[in-house]
Design a protein around this ligand. Structure first.
Ligand code: AMP
Length: 284
């Protein structure tokens, strides 16, 4: 397992892999790795000869009062998980290595970053698109792997790569869940035992939506109302949004048609949780 702390080190490792004729896969993460991240590393190892995972808690995507400082950073455990799922190198730079001076150059994606998490986390997506651009330029991978768990992020990154002709392919992998349906997240470890017990209500509300769609319901407002009834069973959960949007444009879609994103964000205690499902209603 190769560990790179600097940009020149990871560039050297990737250049060596390239010189040996290897294709390069890349999995950007903030660390505190779990089975969801492991699935991305495995998908990368299946598709590419040499797999780099980055572990970087990116300060520019956190707003004031968010959990940047307390975000877990279990480096040894992460490096081990990465290796045991087929990773070849870990890129774990410091914030100074990534941002040695005040950043004056930003990558922004319009429109797609406005709804959903764009509403409650101003500046978040600008941080994500900028750091991903930097990481793509540093690593120079053929393929980068993202999780459906962060659906809006995946949609934004795909569009950025297409609009700016970035020379890599984006692959989006399915959300990995706990047995009770809770989407795996590094932030789940913030939950108290009671909150952890209640958290699967989020997935139950998404399943309720899938049932209604299966039964032919196409009235988005009605479906959202039904989902809110399910979520309401857990008074401790404070919903930020439940939205049904077109999966490509992220525009409102009522009555529902085509491929849609059904997305939730909310807080259990102080922990912010997101989840979603993507449904193709043309096939139904
Ligand atoms: P993060 O470390 O939270 O920035 O996530 C890094 C990558 O892992 C992103 O592409 C996420 O979408 C993906 N990811 C996080 N949780 C999951 C999950 N439960 N299933 C699949 N991918 C995930």
């Amino acid at each position: 397992m190769q560990i790179a702390r600097t940009i020149s080190e990871i560039r050297k490792y990737v250049a060596q892999a390239r010189a040996a004729g290897k294709t390069v896969g890349f999995v950007p993460t903030m660390g505190a790795l779990h089975a969801g991240h492991a699935s991305l590393i495995e998908a990368a190892a299946k598709r590419c000869d040499y797999v780099v995972a980055s572990l970087f808690v990116n300060p520019t995507q956190f707003g004031p009062g968010e959990d940047f400082e307390k975000y877990p950073r279990p480096f040894e455990k992460d490096a081990h998980l990465c290796e045991s799922h087929g990773g070849h190198a870990v890129f774990a730079p410091s914030a100074d290595e990534m941002y040695p001076r005040k950043n004056l150059t930003w990558v922004t994606v319009d429109k797609l970053t406005e709804p959903l998490c764009g509403q409650s986390r101003p500046g978040h997506f600008r941080g994500v698109t900028t750091v991903c651009t930097k990481l793509f330029n540093i690593v120079g991978a053929d393929v980068a792997f993202f999780g459906q768990k962060d659906a809006q992020q995946a949609i934004v990154i795909r569009r950025m790569v297409a609009d700016l002709n970035m020379p890599l392919e984006i692959v989006v992998c399915p959300t990995v869940r706990e047995p009770d349906g809770l989407a795996m997240s590094s932030r789940n470890q913030y939950l108290s035992p009671q909150e952890r017990k209640e958290a699967p209500v989020i997935y139950r509300s998404l399943q309720r939506c899938a049932e209604l769609l299966d039964a032919g319901e196409r009235d988005a407002a009605k479906i959202v109302e039904e989902m809110q009834k399910v979520l309401g069973q857990t008074p401790a959960l404070r919903t930020e949004y439940v939205s049904i949007l077109d999966a490509e444009s992220l525009e409102r879609c009522d009555p529902i048609r085509g491929r849609i994103l059904v997305a939730f964000a909310g807080r259990l205690g102080s922990t912010r949780l997101i989840d979603n499902i993507m449904v193709d209603t043309t096939a139904k």
